[in-house]
Design a protein around this ligand. Structure first.
Ligand SMILES: NC(=O)c1ccc[n+]([C@@H]2O[C@H](COP(=O)([O-])OP(=O)(O)OC[C@H]3O[C@@H](n4cnc5c(N)ncnc54)[C@H](OP(=O)(O)O)[C@@H]3O)[C@@H](O)[C@H]2O)c1
Length: 317
């Protein structure tokens, strides 16, 4: 009798933790939307809270471009860091229409450590309040590890892992000195489990997740907020391997819709998918055991690989 009671309590405790852990992302989204109504003293606008300059990496397309535009609409000046000078000029012009200043830094993060000294020199006079570590690259199509050339694999690690690390190290000391600042690190739903056929990409996002959550604790006492932003699929050129993803759907928003939602969560929640329907998807994925998630992910990527292969064969005919 006593043993049965103890086991019931342990079972209830474990199930409770599991359910709370799984529903956390949805709960955080709800909290973020309700905060302004229930906490009128919340210090807004963003420029007041963190400072009026933001740096956005990988900002000439997709999520980064629209994230930068959304910040500009909130009166934040933007330093645009990306690899294509022409696209940078175009985005800067678009952003300046919102009455803010921009600065362009041309940098190709795939080149590794050599780009950072120049970025640091260019940022010396700018009190950066918000850093958005958005830059990231994906596989051209899902493939096993050795099908990818070594140079591409190293480039992916430079862009997805080294950039977030070096940019954070570069800008944290200034934020610390000013006693305020925000860092947004863009991870991915791929952080949830190992991804056969996307091994490096998936692993790079696990790095981003754990790195982000660790530095948050290191720098919270200095007044710095660090957000872990984890989108699921967004319709951008990153997903060129699949027409289904590029076409978009309710669960695959375009970059503008996604970024508008994500910027509204800046400063309000610490870990988020950035988009409410992604929050619900993320919660359901987490309810499945890891072995099942690996299997489901593998089937999905096999499907994308076949789609890519058949389209490319069709093109070469
Ligand atoms: N799209 C999704 O489904 C999805 C899902 C989860 C997470 N994410 C994450 O979200 C972030 C943004 O992805 P996205 O979909 O917006 O990608 P995207 O549309 O391909 O845009 C990537 C941006 O990064 C720039 N970039 C790429 N390689 C670079 C390099 N070596 N040096 C400097 N800049 C470089 C690109 O420049 P160009 O304009 O010159 O190409 C572009 O501005 C990434 O971290 C990605 O992992 C995306």
């Amino acid at each position: 009798m006593f043993t049965a009671l103890i086991l019931t309590y342990i079972g209830a405790y474990v199930v409770g933790l599991y359910v709370i852990g799984s529903l956390w992302s949805v709960l955080e989204l709800a909290i973020s939307y309700l905060t302004p109504y229930f906490n009128p003293t919340e210090v807004y606008p963003l420029w007041k809270k963190y400072g009026n300059w933001a740096v956005v990496t990988g900002c000439t397309d997709g999520i980064g471009k629209y994230y930068a535009l959304e910040l500009a609409k909130k009166n934040i000046n933007i330093v645009l860091v990306s690899r294509n000078p022409e696209k940078l000029k175009d985005v800067a012009q678009e952003i300046e229409k919102h009455g803010v200043k921009t600065k362009i830094i041309v940098a190709d993060f795939s080149q590794g450590p050599e780009v950072y000294q120049r970025i640091e020199d260019e940022l010396k006079e700018i009190p950066v309040g918000i850093l958005v570590n958005n830059v990231g690259v994906q596989y051209e199509y899902p493939m096993p590890l050795c099908e990818m050339p070594t140079s591409k694999a190293m480039e992916m690690i430079n862009v997805n892992v080294v950039a977030v690390t070096r940019m954070s190290r570069m800008l944290l000391p200034g934020m610390e000195a000013r006693g305020r600042g925000a860092i947004v690190n863009v991870s991915s739903g791929s952080e949830l489990q190992p991804h056969p056929m996307w091994a490096i990409y998936g692993a790079s996002k696990v790095y981003v997740r754990n790195f982000t959550r660790a530095i948050r604790h290191e720098y919270a006492p200095k007044g710095i907020y660090v957000q872990h932003l984890s989108p699921l699929f967004v319709s951008t050129k990153m997903n060129n391997f699949s027409k289904k993803l590029l076409d978009g759907s309710l669960f695959v928003p375009d970059a503008e819709t996604y970024a508008r939602s994500a910027v509204n969560l800046l400063g309000r929640v610490q870990n988020t998918t950035g988009y409410w329907l992604h929050g619900i998807q993320y919660t359901f994925y987490k309810l499945a055991p890891e072995w099942a998630r690996i299997k489901i992910g593998q089937l999905m990527l096999k499907d994308f690989r076949s789609e890519y292969m058949s389209n490319n064969v069709a093109k070469t005919k």
